[in-house]
Write a protein that binds this ligand. Structure first.
Ligand SMILES: Nc1ncnc2c1ncn2[C@@H]1O[C@H](COP(=O)(O)OP(=O)(O)O)[C@@H](O)[C@H]1O
Ligand SMILES: [Mg+2]
Length: 510
């Protein structure tokens, strides 16, 4: 069911409304007549593929960009914003997609920037500043961030939280959040959503963007879908499948490429009675040309399984075989030598997985540095050429491989992580939630890449938090529960519903 574009549901005037906004950058049309409205006390999600215009829209509503055409209203009043300050005076505050904290200043200084406590002479009182910041953080239930720490010294997720807190303590009537969860872990997302619910109860209007459907479904009162710079419609309840169809203008069956059946039963990676902290009695065989899925609720041992197979966690019992031969894993180096590659994401994408300040090229060649350092000048040139061709084949979207990996979008960072192991000629790829938080178009590219890789005789162990994805891409799926394999599903019994049912069967019975 779609609703008319300018009303906000209920009778009250919308807290925020965009009416036929247009904005171009040079030849690129970012917004092309975009409209939507959100009410006080509403959580409104803006969804759409990368490049749909969501961030541009939020920047206009936040006073950071001026539209070329169209109009907007805040609290029912038509406004023209000449800067963020004007938006703030009208109660609209934004957490932008790009982090805006000053890294060389402390958390407290960033939180209170422009609002510093001053003494009688108008001088900033430092002691009070850190105390005020501490109180603000505590009030919002945050205990693990030190107000006196320099922002550059705290992890990315903590920075994102500081960005959010900085805006929330200004008590906005309209809170605009552009991908606030993209660098947050599960606990932090839960914290944010509690906060959003509290603000909603106080009649704050919250507009946010996200790529993670389960988050959108769990918190949004209404959803406006954007495609090519304009809204497709606003919905109160919509299934993910239908939303994807509307976002991409593409049917879902074309999102998942066809997966060829197994040609032969050649075992590549086997686990027998494998146990490590968090997992026990793990047994499976991954065959050549196979995508073997691993599913189940988070926190049930998937991550430990992947780390153990890669030698990053020490197995306590059991055997790992590669190509039929038992593997002695003293660390990741042994796994890499045996032909294993791992893309562990998203938790680690921004920490262990990619070295963000390093160039894309250095990140790609990280697993073969030893080999490269042994090469003569001519072979090194050939290696560089191979790296460039690989980046092309992976469709990594960047003006140059000499850019820092941190400049890439999440989906393109994933491609670099996978590409690293292709350069290392890994035959067995351990892909851990590589499509989480990635936009639909890039997801499709990653799926196609996976199908291409198994076609070349590789094998993929694929953990995903998205049961739909597992059901469409995998030959078989192992469902884990409490560190064990609780079920193995294959056609005709393989479906997203069956995966979810197997994952929760015990918890429901309990
Ligand atoms: N400052 C800019 N300069 C040039 N092009 C831009 C700029 N900002 C956004 N764009 C382009 O406008 C389109 C919409 O971008 P954006 O609003 O960031 O979309 P979304 O947030 O939905 O991913 C994209 O094609 C993007 O490349
Ligand atoms: Mg954006």
């Amino acid at each position: 069911m779609t609703e008319s574009e300018a009303t906000a549901g209920g009778g009250s005037p919308p807290a925020v409304a965009a009416v036929k906004l247009a904005k171009s950058f040079g030849g690129v049309r970012a917004l092309n007549g975009a409209s939507f409205a959100a009410a006080p006390g509403e959580v409104h999600a803006l969804v759409g593929e990368n490049g749909a215009g969501k961030s541009t829209l939020i920047k206009i509503l936040g006073g950071r960009l001026r539209p070329d055409a169209g109009s907007m209203r805040l609290k029912g009043e038509a406004v023209e914003l000449h800067g963020p300050g004007e938006a703030h005076r009208r109660g609209a505050w934004t957490v932008f997609q790009e982090l805006t904290l000053l890294p060389w200043m402390t958390v407290a200084e960033n939180l209170l920037l422009g609002d510093e406590p001053r003494g009688a002479l108008g001088l900033i009182v430092r002691r009070r500043m850190s105390r005020d910041a501490d109180a603000a953080l505590a009030r919002l239930g945050i205990r693990h961030i030190d107000p006196d720490a320099l922002v550059e010294d705290i992890p990315l997720a903590a920075r994102q939280i500081v960005e959010i807190v900085r805006v929330v303590i200004r008590e906005p009537a309209i809170l605009l959040l552009d991908e606030p969860t993209s660098s947050l872990g599960e606990h932090e997302v839960a914290w944010l959503f509690d906060l959003i619910r509290e603000l909603r109860a106080q009649q704050t209007c919250i507009v946010f963007t996200s790529h993670r459907w389960n988050e959108i479904a769990s918190i949004a009162d209404r959803i406006t879908i954007f495609r090519n710079g304009a809204e497709v419609g606003t919905y109160r309840a919509i299934e993910e499948r239908e939303a994807i169809t509307l976002m991409t203008g593409q049917r879902l069956d074309t999102l998942f490429p066809p997966v060829p059946p197994l040609a032969a039963e050649v075992p590549m990676l086997e686990a027998q009675g494998l146990a490590a902290p968090g997992i026990s009695a793990i047994g499976f065989t991954l065959r050549r040309g196979e995508i073997l899925g691993v599913g189940g609720l988070t926190g049930h041992g998937h991550r430990e399984l992947f780390l153990t197979l890669f030698g990053a966690l020490r197995a306590e019992r059991g055997t790992i075989l590669v190509g039929g031969e038992a593997l002695r894993l003293r660390g990741p180096r042994d796994a890499i030598r045996a032909g294993l590659g791992i893309a562990l994401v998203p938790e680690d994408r921004k920490t262990e997985g990619l070295l963000l300040p390093m160039t894309i090229r250095d990140n790609l060649t990280l697993a073969i540095l030893e080999r490269i350092s042994r090469l003569g000048v001519i072979e090194a040139g050939a290696e560089a050429e191979r790296t460039r061709r690989l980046a092309d084949a992976l469709q990594i979207k960047t003006p140059s491989l000499m850019q820092p990996a941190g400049s890439l979008s999440g989906g393109n960072q994933q491609k670099v992580l996978i590409g690293r192991w292709l350069l290392a000629e890994s035959r067995i790829l351990l892909l851990y939630d590589v499509t989480r938080g990635v936009d639909i178009a890039t997801k499709h590219e990653i799926y196609e890449l996976m199908v291409r890789l198994i076609g070349e005789g590789r094998a993929i162990l694929f953990y995903s938090s998205d049961a739909e994805e597992l059901a469409h891409l995998c030959h078989r799926v192992l469902v884990m529960r409490e560190g064990r394999i609780a079920a193995e599903l294959a056609a005709p019994n393989l479906s997203a519903e069956a995966i979810v049912a197997a994952a929760v069967r015990d918890s429901l019975a309990a």
